[in-house]
Design a protein around this ligand. Structure first.
Ligand code: DX5
Ligand code: ZN
Length: 215
């Protein structure tokens, strides 16, 4: 069964406590932390995540789009993240950061930009729980899915199956009601979606429709 992680980046920031209630039937809440350095945009930090934590029973899926994430793993674990994902592009000692995340009792994810090859994960595969494939260039919500990422998903699925490991494929960017069925067939386990959920009149209903279109 597919899992869903709505991204609050597309929600109404002035009303987040109410916004997150609309997606209570999801599996995770996707929290996009952007620093204006790794990505051009600045979003929010641990204070906001801490403030939202009591108002949702979803697992918190924290996507760190920041440089030097190793300095903030403890902070993001302590504000209530269940899953912490770092970008392979900014981490020099990936193996060490993954251990840091797990030592804090969180699940560990590694994110790859669209242009980053899968082989950077070869020697950490046995340690990670989730691989987050960016299907747009990170930094903004509302961008279009990059078509070549279909092949990347299929290739990653094969790789995981060959290795016999229990790693989930999460994708992020440009997911919508029109492409979700095909993406599910390609092997995606967890869908992040921001605009396609929060920019609709009834996010709960849209989420239900998305579920119907996936395996
Ligand atoms: C992009 C973020 C995404 C973003 C997705 O850098 O990591 O999580 O919210 O937005 P949509 O679903 O609108 O493409
Ligand atoms: Zn994200």
């Amino acid at each position: 069964m597919s899992l869903f992680s709505p991204s609050i980046l597309a929600a109404d920031f002035s009303n987040l406590r109410e916004e997150i209630k609309k997606v209570e039937k999801a599996d995770f809440l996707h929290l996009d932390v952007m620093d204006g350095r790794f990505v051009p945009n600045i979003s929010f930090g641990p204070g906001l995540i801490k403030a939202l934590r009591p108002y949702s029973s979803l697992k918190f899926d924290t996507h760190l789009m920041i440089v030097e994430p190793e300095k903030y793993i403890t902070t993001f674990a302590e504000v209530g993240s269940d899953l912490i994902t770092v970008h392979a592009e900014v981490v020099t000692h990936l193996d060490r950061v993954i251990s840091q995340i797990k030592d804090k009792g969180c699940k560990a994810g590694v994110a790859l930009n669209p242009s980053t090859p899968l082989n950077v994960l070869e020697y950490v595969l046995d340690k990670i729980d989730y691989i987050l494939l960016m299907t747009v260039n990170p930094g903004y919500g509302g961008q279009s899915f990059i078509p070549l990422m279909f092949q990347k998903i299929v290739k990653l699925k094969e790789l995981i199956q060959e290795s016999n490991l229990d790693i989930k494929i999460e994708i992020d960017g440009g997911v919508n009601l029109d492409n979700i069925n095909e993406l599910s067939n390609a092997g995606v386990d967890i869908f992040v979606a921001g605009s396609a959920i929060f920019k609709t009149d009834n996010p709960a209903d849209t989420l239900a429709k998305m579920r119907e279109k996936t395996k």
